[in-house]
Design a protein around this ligand. Structure first.
Ligand code: SF4
Length: 479
């Protein structure tokens, strides 16, 4: 990362997850907004998969992603070659700051003053809007949800529905305050007004920046899924289009997209297909009437190649960013996305963000889960999210001798006292005589056992040691 590239971070302190979660739990409006939205999404997802052999489809999705990851280096080379043949300029960025610099340089080369953006979580990772503003380039979000959070000077609270934490009244007030629309709760009126404001920006934007859902190595095609048409306008109206994407989004063949698309739209919004599906395969050709003169793609690493080196953590990169794990997570649905203070909240954020911010900063993220397993059950590409959460929890206290620690900041949550207790526990369990003596003493002095064990017993009853050990009971039974 170069010195000049470092821009003032706009992100919230990830370490402060607990106070933010506590505040969110005590905010009935946030709980109500999320509960209502998540219930709707869960129902829609369920009905969208009715009549489908969901497990077979999930297996297919998982296998496509696994095959792509197994050949990632070769596929990325093939993708670069095909994109270049198609007239698309390929850039590589090791981190978000370098990716920001690349976008800035393209803008400067075109003397661009304004950028219109389609929805892109990778650009959120990069904090691109903030960076461009610092460079004197206006960056405006065109996805309605992103537009709302930008007006509110907030970050997205959900990866698919960025403004899901706001209800109609709150959005109406915001649009009234920031853009002068009438204080109306008529959703059609509000969206029509936002569309009018954005249309003018589209016509005058110098550069369009979008994300990518799938990058097809075989053909050098960038696929973009969206519902509002703003993605299509972002990629076709301005004279220059820059697509930013994580390096893991590559798939080998066009036919792989079919199954992943069926899984993505149903899992994300409960739709059989989104309103728009864009396939970008190059700049405008001589005989074409519209489309950009220049197309660039920025392939962003930002910690992904480190994840790639670990056979277990590698599964994180299967993600197709559908958000289903968040919609079904009992923690996320209660605290909402902003409590996490990360670009990606919820279960996917808990397994992905520690690689981006390090475990010293993100040590609470893997513990923001009850390990109920719902996230893993709904994940369309079968990412074993609970297993990965446990693995990251292990790394956060370090002492893991089974897996080599790979995540920066490992051991950040380690407590010497706790480590000694568990060491003693394991020492005792490895020696049957000592174990028997310990349990016999525990049973005899069970009345002395404390009823309160710190935070553990704030909402739980402390378990009591049984009067007799299992061995003693079994002995009595057989007599
Ligand atoms: S981890 Fe699975 S469920 Fe969660 S966003 Fe990624 S693909 Fe969707």
């Amino acid at each position: 990362m170069s010195e000049t590239a470092q821009h003032s971070a706009h992100h919230i302190d990830v370490k402060e997850f607990h106070p933010r979660a506590r505040a969110a739990i005590h905010n009935p409006q946030i709980r109500q907004n999320f509960r209502k939205a998540m219930d709707g999404l869960m129902t829609k997802r369920k009905s969208a998969f009715e009549g489908w052999d969901l497990e077979t489809l999930r297996d297919l999705g998982a296998n496509i992603r696994l095959r792509a990851l197994a050949n990632l280096p070769d596929l990325l080379e093939q993708l670069e070659q095909k994109l270049t043949e198609n007239g698309i300029t390929v850039h590589w960025a090791t981190d978000g700051d370098e990716a920001c610099e690349i976008v800035r340089d393209i803008c400067l080369a075109r003397n661009a003053k304004s950028v219109i953006k389609g929805k892109s979580m990778v650009s959120e990772e990069m904090e691109l809007n903030h960076y461009l503003e610092e460079q004197g380039i206006e960056a405006l979000e065109s996805d309605l949800g992103e537009y709302i959070v930008q007006l509110a000077d907030e970050t997205p609270s959900h990866i698919i529905m960025p403004a899901i934490h706001k209800n109609t009244e709150e959005i109406s007030q915001l649009l009234h305050d920031k853009t002068g629309t009438d204080l109306s709760h008529d959703v059609e009126y509000l969206t029509a007004n936002a569309r009018l404001q954005l249309r003018e920006k589209f016509m005058n934007a110098d550069v369009g920046v979008s994300g990518v859902n799938f990058a097809v190595a075989e053909t050098g095609t960038l696929c973009l899924v969206e519902n509002e048409g703003n993605g299509r306008m972002t990629t076709t109206v301005p004279p220059c289009h820059i697509a930013v994407t994580g390096i893991e989004k590559v798939v080998p063949n066009l036919e792989d997209v079919t199954a992943l698309l069926a899984l993505l739209t149903r899992s994300a919004t409960g739709q059989h297909i989104t309103t728009y599906f864009n396939m970008i395969s190059g700049p405008r050709k001589a005989d074409e009437l519209d489309g950009p003169e220049e197309v660039h793609v920025v392939l962003v690493d930002n910690g992904r190649s480190t994840i790639y080196q670990d056979d277990e953590l590698l599964d994180t990169l299967r993600c197709i960013r559908c958000g289903a794990c968040m919609n079904h997570c009992p923690v996320y649905t209660r605290v909402g996305g902003h409590a996490y203070g990360t670009t990606y909240p919820g279960p996917i954020g808990a397994i992905l963000m520690p690689h981006m911010v390090g475990l010293d900063e993100g040590r609470h993220l893997p513990t923001a889960s009850s390990l109920c397993g719902a996230c893993g059950e709904v994940c369309p590409v079968k990412i074993p999210i609970p297993d990965l959460l446990v693995r990251l929890r292990q790394e956060s206290v370090d002492g893991d001798t089974v897996h080599p620690a790979k995540v920066a900041g490992h051991g950040a949550k380690r407590s010497t006292v706790e480590a000694m207790i568990w060491k003693g526990w394991s020492w005792m369990h490895a020696r049957p005589g000592i174990y028997r003596l310990g349990t016999a003493l525990g049973a005899r002095f069970r009345k002395l056992q404390p009823g309160k064990i710190g935070g553990w017993t704030q909402y739980r009853t402390a378990p009591k040691l049984a009067a007799k050990t299992l061995h003693e009971r079994m002995k009595e039974r057989s007599q």
